[in-house]
Design a protein around this ligand. Structure first.
Ligand SMILES: [Zn+2]
Length: 311
C-alpha cells in the first residue's frame, strides 16, 4: 500500500501499519524534516531536523528498526499527474496523508480510474475528518465536484494542527486500512468527524452510489490527472517556501549542476543539492524539482531559481 505525505498524518499511519505488519509500505513525501514538525510528526527527532533528512527516508529508517520484516519503499517525490502511475499503480490501498485538496483530488481521480480504495484524512486545528472511498461507490468528486478554492479552506498554515486531532485521524485511518486489507467486511460510506477539544464525535452518512453527475465515475473524465493540470509552482503550507515542479525534458544530473554552481559552495548528497544565496535557500532534487525557501511569492521564487540555478 502507499501513504501519500509523511507528515502529521502519514508518519503515524506508517508507524501503526508497520507495527501491524502490513507487508509493503511505499512512503511518498516531497519534503525534509524541520524543527517545527517535531511536535506532531511522530517518526522524527531532533537529529533528523538538524540534518534536514528527507521525511520519506527518515521514516523508512525508523520503521525498518521497528519492523525489519516489512518492505519499505521511500519516494522523495511530489505526487503529480506525471508520476501517479509510477508511484501508485502497485498499491492495493492508498492512504491520504496530504495537506492539500489538489493532491486529494489527484488521489481520487487516480483511484477511481484504477478501481483502488483510498482513505481520506484531514486535520485542521482541533478537528479530525476521515472517510473511506471504495471502488464502485461514490467518490470525492461525487460529493464535491471540484476542490474548494484555495482561499476558502482553512489550512494547517492558517489554523495549525493540535497533535491529538492528528492522532484521531490516523487511528481511524489505520482501522479502516486494516479492515479493507484484512477482512471481507467493507466499511460504510461515512464521514467520521471529531473535535478533540469539545469531545464531539460525529458520523455523517455519505452518498453510497456514484452520482449521475460525477465526471469521474460517469464519464471517466479525470481532470486532476490531466498533464498540466497542476500549477508548476506551489506555495508550501507554513514554510515560507515555494516548490517549483521539474521542467519537462532532460535535467542536468545533480553532480553536473553542483560543478556549475561551485561559486555558491553547493551542498550535495545523493538525493539533493542545495545552495544558500543572500535572498533564499534553493534545494534541487534529482529530475529538477526544486524548493525555494525565503519567499511565499511564486513569481519571486521562480525568478530566484532562474537567476541562480537557471531554467
Ligand atoms: Zn464520482
Amino acid at each position: 500500500m502507499a501513504i501519500v505525505g509523511i507528515g502529521a498524518l502519514g508518519s503515524r499511519v506508517a508507524e501503526d501499519l508497520a507495527r501491524a505488519g502490513v507487508g509493503r509500505l511505499r512512503l511518498i513525501d516531497r519534503d525534509w524534516v524541520e524543527p517545527s514538525n517535531l511536535h506532531r510528526q511522530h517518526l522524527f527527532d531532533e537529529s533528523d531536523a538538524e540534518n534536514e533528512e528527507p521525511k520519506a527516508l527518515a521514516a523508512a529508517h525508523r520503521l525498518a528498526a521497528i519492523n525489519s520484516e516489512i518492505e519499505l519503499v521511500p519516494e522523495l517525490r511530489d505526487l503529480g499527474p506525471d508520476n501517479a502511475d509510477d508511484l501508485l499503480s502497485d498499491a492495493d490501498l492508498v492512504v491520504d496523508g496530504t495537506d492539500n485538496f489538489q493532491t486529494r483530488y489527484l488521489l481520487n481521480d487516480f483511484c477511481v480510474r484504477e478501481g483502488k480504495p483510498w482513505i481520506y484524512g484531514a486535520c485542521v486545528s482541533t478537528q479530525a475528518m476521515v472517510a473511506p472511498f471504495l471502488p464502485e461507490r461514490a467518490c470525492l468528486r461525487c460529493l464535491f465536484p471540484e476542490p474548494p478554492p484555495a482561499s476558502a479552506a482553512q489550512t494547517c498554515e492558517t489554523a495549525g494542527i493540535l497533535p491529538p486531532a492528528a492522532a484521531i485521524v490516523t487511528a481511524l485511518q489505520c482501522a479502516l486500512a486494516l479492515r479493507i486489507l484484512a477482512t471481507d467486511s467493507l466499511p460504510a460510506a461515512e464521514l467520521l468527524t471529531a473535535d478533540v477539544l469539545s469531545g464531539e464525535l460525529r458520523t455523517m452518512r455519505l452518498l453510497e452510489a456514484p452520482s449521475d453527475a460525477c465526471p469521474a465515475c460517469q464519464r471517466r473524465d479525470f481532470p486532476a490527472l490531466a498533464l498540466g493540470s497542476q500549477s508548476r509552482t506551489k506555495k508550501l503550507c507554513g514554510r515560507n517556501a515555494v516548490q517549483l515542479s521539474a521542467p519537462a525534458g532532460e535535467c542536468l544530473p545533480l553532480e553536473a549542476l553542483a560543478a556549475r554552481l561551485v561559486d555558491f559552495a553547493p551542498e550535495l548528497s545523493s538525493y539533493m543539492l542545495r545552495i544558500t544565496v543572500p535572498e533564499a535557500r534553493i534545494t534541487v532534487f534529482p529530475g529538477g524539482r526544486a524548493i525555494v525557501q525565503g519567499t511565499e511569492d511564486e513569481g519571486r521564487a521562480r525568478a530566484l531559481f532562474d537567476r541562480y540555478v537557471g531554467s
